[in-house]
Design a protein. Structure first.
Length: 369
């Protein structure tokens, strides 16, 4: 048996009967941009998160950038974020002309370290961006006093955490504003790129919608220099159908994570993930840590197991950000973890039998050390 890293076909099969006539309706109406489908999804997702406003945009990177712009991040400012995140978080700040500032993560959960954030605040800091990585929720509550003392907003990167909660509150509703991604592989994924910004602040929501629509909310009346970043109607139809199933799909991910923890409990040399106290995590990724990771990954892939890496190089050490002048040792926990992390197959329809195959292959590979 081969085991894919992700099985989107199973999700699509589950919603096909519901969405296919709705997709045809969009095709027949030729209402491809905006319209009632997008408005319906924005309302539904805002209600799901528990916020007043949701603005659909073209992708998750745009969502982070637009959220940062809305809270006043400008060229020359600094944006604090974890070193352990996809490079898109940093790119969003760079596209504004701001400087992304990497800080280290804790060694247990690999989430942003509040002490490192406090140490990184300067007079140029304009925002703090906790990233809810792997389906976990970052300790936003521990950042609130730091942000308040610095007089800067918390902007959540919630791209991997749809449905996750911390102390009873949903990811995407913990900071002043939040960004998320609906890339197909996310817990809530569209049929292509998509994203959203969520907030309780009506002015911030207006500003996001204004900039995302060429600086205009009334046709041909352009108030600011904007961009083109809109959620498509087709994606909104699919997202609405998946949103209705998200809690159940997340529960299936949580059950799969529990099975992994049991199957891997006696395997030597592994660090399995755990949840931060107060979190209900949704296991976008199931990330273990081990030595000799590259060889183990190659053996798993050779055995038909679709393991992967998230992420093999911290963004501050990439060639793209070499100009910032960071060297190894700047964020030692994130840098060490990048050499150890390995993502196992994780998706709602993952079966126990498939997980046994994964863990047996992993046992063989680890035994080869």
């Amino acid at each position: 048996m081969t085991v894919p890293f992700l099985d989107l076909r199973a999700q699509q099969a589950e919603i096909a009967d519901e969405v296919e006539p709705l997709v045809l309706e969009v095709l027949h109406s030729a209402g491809f941009i905006g319209g009632p489908q997008v408005a319906a999804f924005e309302n539904a997702y805002a209600n799901y998160i528990g916020v007043n406003h949701c603005v659909g945009v073209a992708n998750g990177t745009d969502a982070v950038e637009l959220a940062l712009r809305a809270v006043g991040v400008t060229a020359g400012g600094e944006v604090i974020m974890p070193a352990n995140t996809f490079i898109a978080t940093a790119e969003a700040a760079s596209r504004i002309g701001a400087t992304p500032v990497p800080v280290d993560v804790d060694d247990e959960y690999l989430l942003i370290d509040p002490d490192a954030v406090a140490a990184a605040v300067t007079g140029r800091t304009q925002a703090i961006v906790p990233v809810h990585l792997y389906g976990q929720v970052a300790p936003v509550d521990q950042l609130e006093a730091i942000a308040a003392d610095a007089g800067v907003p918390i902007v959540e990167d919630a791209a991997q955490s749809q449905g996750a909660r911390r102390n009873g509150r949903a990811a995407g509703g913990l900071g002043r504003i939040a960004a998320t991604s609906f890339y197909p592989g996310k817990n809530l994924g569209a049929s292509g790129d998509g994203g959203a910004v969520t907030t309780n602040d009506e002015e911030l929501a207006h500003n996001v919608r204004l900039v995302a629509g060429h600086g205009s909310v009334v046709k041909y009346k352009h108030e600011v220099v904007g961009v083109n970043s809109r959620l498509d109607s087709m994606h909104a139809v699919i997202l609405n159908a998946k949103l209705a199933r998200l809690d159940r799909w997340n529960a299936l991910r949580q059950a799969a994570a529990d099975r992994y923890a049991e199957l891997l409990s006696d395997m030597p040399g592994l660090r399995v993930p755990t949840s931060l106290n107060g979190n209900v995590d949704v296991w976008h990724l199931y990330v273990i840590r081990l030595a000799d990771r590259d060889r183990v990954l190659a053996e798993l892939n050779g055995a038909g197991v679709g393991a992967a890496l998230h992420y093999p190089e911290p963004w501050h050490l990439t060639q793209a950000y070499r100009h910032l002048g960071y060297s190894e040792g700047a964020c030692p926990v994130a840098e060490r973890a990048a050499k150890e992390i390995l993502s196992l197959p994780m998706f709602p329809h993952l079966t126990y039998e498939q997980q046994v195959v994964v863990c047996n292959a992993l046992s063989v590979a680890v035994g080869d050390v």
